[in-house]
Design a binder for this molecule. Structure first.
Ligand code: NAP
Length: 260
C-alpha cells in the first residue's frame, strides 16, 4: 500500500447534491477530510466549495456506482491512497411507476444503485475501515423500508435490503472497531422530481418533510455515537411499527398512486 496521507477520511457517495452533499458539509464543518463520489463531475464543485469554506481536504471521484467495475476501480484507488474511517452509502434513487410499465433499465438502476453498490462498496472498503482505531458505516435507508408499497415496489424493497444488510453487518462486526448504522429518513425536498412527488402526495407527503441540513446533522452526530438505527421522524416511525402492513400497504399505495 502506498498510503502517504496519514489523515483519516470520510467517504460519502452521492455527494454532488441532496442529502449526500449536506452530510459532506456537516463532516467538513466538524473538521473531517472527505472523499466525495458521484456519477457526474459536479461532485468536484462540492469539493471546491468545502475546501474553500472549511479549509479541510476534500477529494472528488466521478464513478457510476451501478457498474461493479467502477466500484472496484474506485475502491482500489481509495484503498491505495487514503485511510477511511467512515463510509456513507447515500447514493440512491427511486420513483413511482406502474410495475408493468416500468422499463428494465429503471428497475435495474434502482436495484443496482440502492442495493448492489452499497454491498459491494462496503465489502471493498471494509479492510481499510477495520484498520482504523474507530470506524463507521452509515447506510441511508428510508421510511419506505418499513412498508411494502404498490407503484413503488422495488424502491421500498431495496431499502428493506439496506435495513437488513446494515443490521446484520453491525452484529457481525460487533467485536471490531467498525460500527454500522442505518438511517430511515422520511421526505426530503432534494431535487425537482422528488419535490413534485411530495407535493402530489398532499398532506401525507409533507407530514415527514424535514430539511436535509437537519437530517445530515442528526445522521453524523448519531453515527459517531454508534447508534444502530437513526430515526428522523419518531412519530411516523412509531405509527409505522404499530399499524400492520395489511392496513398500511393499501393506504400508502393509494397515496402513491396520486403521484402517477
Ligand atoms: N429525497 C427523499 O425524499 C428521500 C427520502 C428517503 C430516503 N432518501 C434516500 O436518501 C438518499 C439521498 O437522496 P437524495 O434525495 O439526496 O438524492 P438526490 O438529490 O437525487 O442525489 C442523488 C446523488 O446520488 C448520485 N448518484 C445517482 N446515481 C448515481 C450513480 N449511478 N453512481 C454514482 N452516484 C450516483 C447523484 O450524483 P449525480 O449528481 O452525479 O447524478 C447525487 O449526488 C438516497 O439513498 C435516497 O433513496 C431520499
Amino acid at each position: 500500500m502506498t498510503q502517504q496521507n496519514s489523515e483519516r477520511y470520510a467517504l460519502v457517495t452521492g455527494a454532488s447534491r441532496g442529502l449526500g452533499k449536506a452530510i459532506a458539509i456537516e463532516l467538513a464543518r466538524r473538521g473531517y477530510p472527505t472523499i466525495l463520489v458521484s456519477r457526474s463531475d459536479k461532485v468536484h464543485e462540492t469539493c471546491e466549495e468545502i475546501a474553500s469554506r472549511y479549509h479541510i481536504p476534500s477529494v472528488g471521484f466521478s464513478a457510476d456506482l451501478t457498474d461493479p467495475r467502477s466500484i472496484a476501480d474506485l475502491a482500489e484507488q481509495v484503498n491505495a491512497n487514503y485511510h477511511v474511517f467512515m463510509l456513507v452509502n447515500n447514493a440512491g434513487t427511486g420513483g413511482s411507476r406502474r410495475f408493468v410499465e416500468a422499463s428494465t433499465q429503471y428497475l435495474e438502476n434502482i436495484l443496482d444503485l440502492n442495493t448492489k453498490a452499497t454491498a459491494l462498496l462496503t465489502h471493498a472498503l471494509l479492510p481499510n475501515l477495520l484498520r482504523q482505531p474507530h470506524a463507521y458505516v452509515l447506510n441511508i435507508g428510508s421510511m419506505a423500508a418499513h412498508t411494502p408499497t404498490g407503484f413503488k415496489t422495488v424502491y421500498p424493497a431495496s431499502k428493506a435490503f439496506i435495513q437488513h444488510f446494515s443490521l446484520g453487518l453491525r452484529e457481525e462486526l460487533k467485536d471490531t472497531s467498525v460500527s454500522v448504522s442505518v438511517c430511515s429518513p422520511g421526505a426530503m425536498a432534494t431535487n425537482e422530481e422528488v419535490t413534485a412527488r411530495i407535493e402530489r402526495q398532499g398532506f401525507f407527503g409533507r407530514f415527514t418533510l424535514k430539511s436535509v441540513e437537519s437530517i445530515a446533522q442528526k445522521c453524523v452526530r448519531q453515527t459517531l455515537r454508534g447508534k444502530r438505527h437513526i430515526v428522523i421522524n419518531p412519530v411516523s416511525y412509531a405509527l409505522s411499527k404499530m399499524v400492520p402492513n395489511a392496513i398500511k400497504t393499501p393506504i400508502l399505495t393509494r397515496i402513491v398512486k396520486r403521484e402517477l
